[in-house]
Design a protein around this ligand. Structure first.
Ligand SMILES: [Zn+2]
Length: 381
């Protein structure tokens, strides 16, 4: 893995990361394909067309349905879904702690019930690494607990200390797995995850602790889970300076276009979020004038594309009126077109961000972009 910062504009970083599955230009938005596909009937051919750089898959979901052992037997997730570019897998931790039923946390790991059939599963750092190694993703995430930002100080401190011990076990297990002869991706990378709720001193001491472990990249987790945007930006302001500048920084599960613009300005270079696909499935589409709700009656006979000038597969061929009709008729194509447009909007915004940083006009670009999108209902007026 080679990660190189090409240039900086303020704290905003423009970097390139070489992986065994190709080059990632950052800042980058990873497109979230929960079970190995973007919800809304989006294929990997579509992802290539909308210029997706990195696909993100959920370890927990693939583990409980179809199963990582079968995917390994098939030849790994890349071959399974016909995608040869980078894939990041999450650790399963977030789903275990948020989705799964009745769980018991111990030093060894977590016992919980599958959300599909209720059967008991145990997952600890070693199991998470083994599952991600079976999937053969490009980047594996460390197994962590994501404590509620509303939990009390002692709970968060104890949880974060355990997450650090779990990270050491993840690193050891990944080194072992990468040395085995039948491992699919022997150069799998490991990102550690910073936690600490909204408590500055825990965030900082944890960042220092994981920085010392010399990992391939660093994520900031436990945000966008109920705290305010100001609290989120504050956590980035205090935490990012304690992570190594010559390694990628990934803000997990964030967020709106505005959140991304602000986080890039604070030194973050990897993002993922379900908003563009989830909103797309509900007919909410992003434009440079704000979000549109295509269910709005004013689009009934509107012959224009979702956004004029947009080069996405939806805008190139279809009108607002037709897509609105599809959505109202609950035709899958309506959701699919809106999802494609939204992902294209995010991917295009990241290209604009990279250009703006390279040309040292990021502040100007950010201010203009935010002003254009301000007031999410503006486009509907
Ligand atoms: Zn479009």
């Amino acid at each position: 893995m080679k990660y190189q910062v090409i240039t900086k504009d303020g704290k905003a970083k423009r970097a390139v990361m070489e992986t065994v599955h190709g080059t990632i230009q950052t800042p980058v938005f990873m497109n979230v394909g929960t079970v190995g596909a973007i919800k809304g009937a989006v294929s990997t051919d579509d992802l290539r067309e909308i210029r997706t750089q990195v696909e993100l898959s959920n370890t927990y979901h693939l583990h409980v349905r179809t199963g990582d052992k079968l995917i390994k037997e098939y030849g790994g997730l890349h071959k399974f879904m016909n995608w040869d570019k980078p894939i990041l897998t999450d650790s399963g931790g977030f789903q275990v702690f948020s989705l799964a039923g009745l769980r018991k946390i111990k030093e060894e790991g977590v016992t919980f019930n599958s959300h599909i059939d209720g059967h008991k599963i145990f997952m600890g750092p070693e199991e998470s690494m083994q599952i991600q190694s079976n999937l053969g993703s490009t980047i594996a995430m460390a197994f962590d607990e994501c404590p509620s930002s509303r939990a009390d100080y002692d709970y968060i401190r104890n949880s974060v200390e355990r997450t650090t011990r779990w990270l050491a076990r993840c690193k050891t297990e990944m080194a072992r797995l990468n040395s085995l002869p039948d491992t699919i991706n022997k150069e799998q990378l490991l990102f550690g995850i910073n936690q600490g709720g909204v408590i500055d001193e825990i965030r900082i001491s944890h960042a220092e602790a994981i920085k010392a472990m010399d990992l391939d990249g660093y994520a900031i987790g436990g945000l966008a889970v109920g705290e305010s945007h100001e609290e989120m930006y504050h956590v980035l302001d205090v935490t990012v300076p304690h992570l190594p500048e010559d390694k990628p920084v990934y803000l997990m599960g964030v967020g709106t276009p505005a959140n991304i613009l602000e986080a890039v300005d604070r030194g973050v270079d990897f993002f993922d979020c379900v908003y563009p696909s989830r909103n797309g499935r509900h007919g909410h589409v992003y434009t440079n004038q704000g979000k549109r709700n295509l269910f709005n009656q004013k689009y009934e006979l509107d012959p224009r594309p979702i956004e004029e000038g947009c080069g996405c597969p939806a805008c190139r061929s279809y009108s607002r009126a037709y897509i609105r009709h599809l959505l109202k008729a609950k035709e899958m194509l309506g959701m699919r077109l809106c999802t494609l447009h939204n992902l294209y909007f995010y991917n295009t915004m990241m290209e604009e961000i990279r250009d703006a940083i390279e040309e040292h006009r990021y502040s100007e670009y950010k201010a203009k972009k935010l002003a254009g999108m301000a007031g999410s209902s503006k486009a509907d007026e």
